[in-house]
Design a protein. Sequence first.
Lengths: 436, 350
Amino acid sequence: MAETVKVCTGNFGKGAQDIAVYRKLGGYANISSRLFDLSQFETIDIVQRSGLRGRGGAGFPTGMKWSFVPRGTGKPVYIVVNADEGEGGTFKDHRLMLEDPHRLIEGLIIAAWALGARSAYIYVRGEFLPSIETLNKALNEAYAEHLLGENIGGTAFSFDIFVHRGAGAYICGEETALINSLEGQKGQPRLKPPFPAVNGAWQLPTCVNNVETLMALPWIFEHSPEAYAAMGTPRSNGTKVFCVSGNVKKPGVYEAPLGIPLMEMLTSSEYAGGIEGTLKGVVPGGSSTPVLLPSECEKAILDYESLAALKTMLGSGAIIAFNEKCDVVQLLGVLGNFYTHESCGQCTPCREGTGFANRVMHALLRGEGHDGDLELLLSIADQYNGTTICPLAPALGMPITAFISKYRSEFEAYIAKNPNHASPRVNATIRPGAFW
Amino acid sequence: MNEYQGHLHFVANNTLTLDKGPSAVVETLPNPADQLGHKHPPVAQPSWKEIAPKLESPEVKLRIADMLSRYPQAQGALLEVLWIAQEALGWVPREAIRWAAGVCGCSPAHAFGVATFYTMYKHAPTGRFLLQFCRNISCHVMGAPDVIGYTEKTLNIKTGGTTPDGLFTLVQVECLGACGNGPVMLVNDEFATDVENGKLTLKPGVGLTPERIDKILKWCYAREAEFKVEPSRDALGGVVNGHKGHSGAPGASAKSQVADYAPPCPILGVKAVASEAGVTLTWKGAPEFTQIAVERLEGSSWKSIGAPGLKDKEFIDATGKAGSEYRMIATSGARVAKPSAVAKAIEKAG
């Protein structure tokens, strides 16, 4: 088998945090040789031809997103990097920024050239202070070598990058919440439209991109968009950085072409190296994506379309495998706690609804479940859809629906623990509590 | 100390507290924040006089000027200013939030809202080592409950508690973004799953176990013997030199960041070469330009002779001769750049 091309993770473990090492590994070649010969339109065209899709979770084509940013309005354009990685199971951006900060800077310079941006902000979640330190050190080196600042490379192009430290809120990973947080407000999502491409940070055109998306750009420009598009499947081009965690032998960050079978990612010695125990289920794209049973895992192919056909999502590429020892009812309780805690409190169906579902789940876990609780949970999960500004509540609804429909017997066993499970539920018993 | 007995940290949606201490709690539904240990009893708030020396030091002023220069509106720096306050004081008392509001030109009410929205701002002093355990899905699958239970037993505190010697505070948090190292924890601002050569480490694939917890706690005790006070760590990850700030930052211009936003850069590298076909102009473009105009000097005035497209790489003036002088003007929307340097057409060599 040919060696897998590493688009984003090629410099892992090579000390590329240092600019001299990064240059030796071929870094910043785009900036010194190719980029400034391209026009804005050619730059965006290259990204469109590569078929690169947003790696943060939604999988929206990056080139198309860029083309939405209006030009010639006289307004400044901002680029915001979404490094507020908080989805359960996702840890690729953390490693990417620690291992290869200069690649992110190079990707940002390419994006800024394409969009005509003067300033960019890297919004890093507050917990990643080591990453922020690495990035700041890299930025200092880049400024010292005049890769950033005014009139870069003798052109009329000037560009600054600022790192913004978040302060602990999962919801800031949603792009409009992130923009609000950048503006010094509570991280509460905004209604869309208007989309950030038109009215983003400070009501100015803003392009929000994930760390991994931008880090793929240097490779695409160094090689060719066709070479990138040739990898992966016809509709999911290129490679993806997967984060494998849970009951596997070698949890970690692995880059592979899209279209790789899920089981290969879990069992191949090149990747996660096998399951510990017997596989009971896999969450394929971060905590909010619907779970897959082992029988479905056999069929699952890791690209956007194949997973959508299995009614789940590739999301951020966070693969969480769990074995037979794992209590899925508890697992759903963990997710209930998470989304209840992280609801920003703006929309009622989410603020009250996540807590309501969580209280029912915890009643179940304490052995106070009643007949009909599962229907109640499914009904709550259904009511999240389309009733809130952002997808946080549906992100709890999806695992609720999937876990209950796929592991129904285990939930029913919990209900059976209540000797009075056939009696009607009294509201007062719906209260949460610690369960471990 | 100014005895303030109200709840400041309003962590949960369904906890209703009045302003006079715990006796006035009207109705409490337990919620996930209780389990995480982020709630705390009301604390005595220091007065402004007590904290002012630390927040008005020259170093802090310098940091804040840098932060304010990065955003088109001062309020953008609010999160960073709160971080600076937390670094200086160890937590963010009420007066510090009020001060941050003043620095960032927003109302204290807005700043209180922001400071209490984000979970990483501390509204009460914690132990010297804040142990934050991830309890989200991956870490749960990989054994977080056992590790958290072990630590609670070892330190003899519950989640949310502080050891009597003031060394450790233990809380649980949501996903820390290091799931490959599950179960994982933060010791203050450092990820830690092991200790190697006297340093906390986060090696790929290495998760916490009771033995590694013991090693980390031992590291904390050793560090306590080494330093009287925990050495401070830059809350914003160090200073970046070289940038001149956002072009429309509050310090750089007046109120409206759009109108006063810096004009586009002039076109650079304009060259004019004369040949039989006329004068060929070349230049270096920038993505910001939306329109380019070429002007030629006629007598003592500049006359516009054409507008090349943005994709064009050159412009030919068929009537031009060697010695003609040209300049180019770039426009970006309503903003017009300064004219480029004047280029005198030179005869093509050879």
